[in-house]
Design a protein around this ligand. Structure first.
Ligand SMILES: [Zn+2]
Length: 601
């Protein structure tokens, strides 16, 4: 194995160019101090916001300007820490940044509180009277939606002051997961001993071709989790109780209604997604599991075998430049404006693809308003890498267009839409490669990549969502959330989905311990929404061509000015019925059909 490079030794063309944010760390320092001092500029607005629409507009403009500057500073610190988290200078800047973020949050907290506390009808009248407030209409309407659920100023103040305490469950979970948990080394069938960690397990062993490595790693991984089973059940139970209590305190119909409020989607959409995908997708995924068992020659498929490769010798070596060409060709249908953005991303060092000591694992796209998106990943010449790059470029295309059209406050739509533009690009890439014909192994490889995307979003995250749904119902009914209850419920969710196609063991019952999502409200189901939209949209683009592309570009440019269902409507996808969900599930079925035919028994 090659030794990982130090960051300083990485070729420059593999790195992103952070001078687009700040030409030097010294300039970042200067702006940091300047912004810190500028926070005081908000103080004169305190107690004046009900005075006139013009005053409110000036205050909101001032807050927005501070946030734009904060995001730029924050992105620089965040990206430097992501490119090399072992550098003490990066660590220190990152920690100082977090403190400044908290100071800004404290300085602007009065703005929302005061605006929401204005007498009924005031903000509406201001909006009607003064065009200076027009840019803030969407965020203000969002704020007004929370108004019926706001508590008295004193209570809101108490809750705000307890913010860090209310975040303790996630913080505790995260700390012990990052720093404390240990996994014993394990030995495979050839007598080779391997080290184990969460990163190694997820990046290597989980999809290893050798069953003895996969299963040995799983046993060690499960034993590591077991040691924290009760502790992490207690952190999760605290999180759940907190949300149940806050939902009741704020007078919501249920905890789910409370947690869905920031998503701006009806409860019905959430319920449809959970119900339709679980029941209709299960038969297709069971067929895929049975195919897997047959091809792998196993007498039973354990939960840890679900990601085993079916054609491990077939791993085409794809250089970065080739991948870029393929992705650009697959996106040509999106037209010159979109393609121009993609060429800029790839050609002007918006992407960091180096693999060096201290580089953060995983891939992400960060899009500071007024600059341009930045993408982080590590390039290892695999097919998966090509899809990941296409995915992150989808986020870059979305926010790149939105930030050109919209002011900062109107750039970002709410959560359930966020993954649609990124998964859309994966779909366009797969359709492009499959449309080119190709030999059976290439086609199989691409279909398995696509099924990987569906598995991740429609199975892994959706079954997390189902667990959340059940746990919140139990907690609302007064049941104590314990390790026993979580393990048992997770097992029931998995067994109901997989039937006899996959053997669910004790390790599988503890997989709820792997995800931080449970500490992020009702996050897990949103992945499925994105995938449903992307599946429907990729098909419409393939069938209708330019008209569908124009609709999609309009949606991307709309940024956060519309709610998720309105964005989908604008794209021509009617999510007021479950029809697009049925359509996406049927598409997965057709992929499994082709795969079954491509692996004759
Ligand atoms: Zn994404």
């Amino acid at each position: 194995m090659q030794k990982r490079l130090a960051r300083a030794d990485v070729p420059v063309d593999m790195t992103w160019d952070l001078t687009d944010l700040f030409a030097s760390p010294a300039l970042w320092e200067a702006e940091f101090a300047a912004l810190d001092a500028a926070l005081a500029e908000l103080e004169p607005f305190r107690g004046t916001l009900g005075g006139s629409a013009a005053t409110l507009a000036r205050c909101l403009d001032a807050v927005e300007a501070l946030r734009v500057r904060l995001v730029r500073l924050e992105t620089f610190a965040y990206l430097r820490n992501a490119q090399d988290g072992t550098d003490p200078e990066h660590q220190a800047a990152f920690a100082r940044m977090n403190a400044l973020v908290a100071r800004l949050a404290a300085s602007v907290a009065f703005v929302d509180a005061e605006t929401a506390a204005l007498p009924d009808g005031t903000v509406e009248r201001f909006l009607a009277d003064d065009p200076a407030l027009a840019a803030h209409r969407v965020p203000l309407e969002r704020l007004l939606e929370t108004k019926p659920h706001r508590l008295g100023a004193e209570t809101e103040g108490v809750l705000a002051s307890l913010g860090e305490v209310l975040g303790a469950p996630y913080m505790t979970y995260n700390r012990s997961k990052m720093s404390d948990i240990q996994f014993a080394p394990f030995t495979d069938a050839h007598g080779v001993t391997h080290p184990n960690s969460i990163n190694l397990y997820e990046s290597t062993y989980e999809s290893h071709a050798d069953a003895s490595v996969r299963r040995g790693a799983w046993a060690s991984f499960s034993a590591g989790l077991k040691a924290y089973n009760n502790t992490w059940a207690a952190t999760l139970a605290t999180e759940v109780r907190k949300n149940v209590a806050l939902a009741r305190l704020r007078g919501h119909e249920s905890t789910e209604h409370y947690l869905l409020q920031p998503h701006q989607v009806p409860h019905r959409l959430y319920a449809d997604i959970l119900r339709v995908i679980r029941t209709e997708l299960a038969p297709h995924m069971r067929r895929y599991a049975k195919l897997r068992r047959r091809v792998l020659g196993l007498d039973r498929l354990l939960h840890c075998d679900i990601k085993a490769p079916l054609d491990p010798e077939f791993e085409p070596h794809i250089p970065y430049e080739t991948a870029c060409e393929t992705i650009l060709a697959s996106l040509e249908i999106m037209g010159p404006e979109y393609l121009g953005l993609m060429r800029a991303a790839l050609g002007r060092r918006w992407v960091d693809r180096a693999d060096n000591v201290g580089k953060s694992s995983g891939a992400f796209c960060s899009s500071p308003w007024g600059v341009h998106p930045f993408i982080s990943m590590t390039w290892a010449n695999t097919t998966r890498n090509v899809f990941t790059l296409a995915h992150e470029l989808g986020h870059a295309g979305h926010f790149g267009l939105a930030m050109k059209q919209q002011r900062y406050v109107n750039t970002r739509p709410s959560m359930p839409f966020i993954e649609a533009p990124s998964i859309m690009n994966e779909m366009l890439l797969a359709r492009h490669i499959l449309a080119g014909g190709g030999d059976v192994r290439t086609r199989r490889g691409v279909i398995m990549q696509l099924l990987g995307t569906y598995h991740h979003n429609f199975v892994t995250h959706l079954l997390e969502a189902e667990l959340q749904h059940r746990v919140y119902a139990l907690a609302e009914a007064g049941q104590a959330v314990t390790a026993t209850l979580l393990n048992r419920t997770k097992g029931e969710v998995l067994e109901a989905f997989w039937g006899d196609a996959v053997t669910i063991d004790d390790g599988a019952r503890m997989t709820w311990m792997r995800q931080p999502h449970y500490y992020m409200g009702l996050y897990p189901y949103t992945y499925s929404v994105g995938l449903v939209v992307a599946t429907a949209m990729a098909r419409r683009v393939a069938e209708e061509g330019t008209t569908a592309v124009q609709r999609w570009l309009a949606v991307l440019k709309a940024g956060g000015t519309l709610k998720p269902l309105e964005l989908m409507q604008l794209a021509g996808i009617d999510m007021s019925t479950p029809a697009p969900i049925h359509e996406a599930v049927a598409y997965v079925g057709s992929l499994v059909d082709e795969l079954e035919a491509a692996f004759p028994g």
